[in-house]
Ligand binder design. Structure first.
Ligand code: ATP
Length: 320
């Protein structure tokens, strides 16, 4: 409740009088609540006559920290936090199945069975990254849902740029790389029936404060974190807020104007376009030049014989 008051004050001071009204207790009892916040790792500045202001929030993501200063209208307004879960995707599927509102997020400090595409595992150690799944309920046909993976990738790149000054690239369809190494994985899953989409669940694994040795040996050389690329540590809750804000803005734009604006942004961040790639699909490998994505989000590959092949799902290897 007290954090709510700070959130509404948007970074300015909250007076002792206001706090005692919000908490329904005496001005002296307010002091105890302030001390509790300090014990949780918040740093507060007190100025006589003005009241208190939060100057630093702890690097925790237990719900309150995400709510404090969150600027979205729908996304992240319902937060399901657990210290440790198998996978936030699994939690979000259960929440979506029992009627959770659009924008509900499942977030955890650690995943013990984090997963990526095709049941590949996603390493998600405690306290280092953002392991989060967001429930959307768009009224779109099934064949348009891959667009939301691309939309999420753009939102996350924008949030990373804004929060860190780094310049990530997108590798089709679902990876975000910084200086050639993977910092983010996105996994989009559906709950649908016939052609009706009930929910789209966007899973995001984002490596934030890892140092090299926080990754297992087999990921050295493949994976990176925002800290490893910038030399700085980041507050995870603030990055979650930024992701949710960018995601909501783009998603609203998408619902009103369609995929075109997202497509243009996506292309501006895509690392694989106009390069030779090899796409390994279930039907075999195809090589050629990636020339773009179509209006559905399908990758267009121009083969050496000039024919264009549409790639729906594949592992992509960049050549040269
Ligand atoms: P890629 O295209 O990079 O081969 P993918 O798109 O097929 O991966 P994803 O679902 O994005 O698969 O992620 C799973 C893969 O990512 C794992 O097989 C592993 O190689 C790598 N990986 C696992 N955990 C992490 C992590 N925390 N950071 C970066 N990479 C990871």
């Amino acid at each position: 409740m007290l954090l709510q008051a700070f959130s509404e004050a948007e970074g300015s001071y909250v007076s002792g009088q206001k706090m005692s009204e919000v908490l329904g207790c005496s001005r002296t009892a307010v002091w105890k609540h302030i001390e509790d916040l300090r014990k949780e790792g918040y740093e507060l500045e007190a100025v006589r006559k003005l009241g208190y202001k939060i100057v630093k929030v702890p690097d925790k993501i237990s719900g309150n920290e995400i709510r404090l200063g969150l600027k979205t209208k729908r996304l992240g307004r319902h937060i399901h936090f657990e210290e440790s879960v198998g996978s936030t995707q699994k939690t979000a599927h259960a929440l979506a199945g029992s009627g959770a509102e659009e924008g509900t997020i499942a977030v955890a400090d650690q995943q013990t069975e984090g997963r990526g595409r095709l049941s590949r595992s996603w390493h998600s150690p405690k306290g280092k990254g953002i392991w989060m799944s967001t429930i959307l309920r768009p009224e779109i046909p099934l064949n348009k849902t891959p667009q939301l993976t691309l939309l999420a990738a753009v939102a996350i790149v924008q949030a990373i740029e804004e929060s860190t000054g780094l310049s990530p690239d997108i590798k089709w369809p679902n990876d975000i790389l910084i200086n050639g190494r993977k910092a983010v994985g996105i996994l989009t899953e559906l709950q649908a029936e016939a052609d009706r989409v009930h929910s789209v669940i966007i899973g995001t694994g984002l490596n934030i404060n890892h140092e090299k040795n926080d990754f297992p040996e087999e990921l050295h050389g493949i994976a990176t974190s925002l800290r490893m690329e910038s030399g700085q540590k980041f507050n995870r809750a603030q990055i979650i807020q930024e992701i949710l804000l960018k995601l909501e803005t783009l998603y609203d734009q998408y619902l009103t104007h369609g995929f075109k604006p997202v497509k243009l942004l996506w292309e501006s961040y895509a690392i694989s376009l106009n390069r030779r790639i090899t796409a390994r699909t279930l039907q075999g490998a195809v090589s050629g030049r990636a020339i773009g994505i179509d209006d559905e989000g399908v990758l267009l590959l121009q083969k050496d014989n000039g024919e264009t092949e549409r790639i729906y799902s594949a592992d992509i290897e960049l050549e040269g």
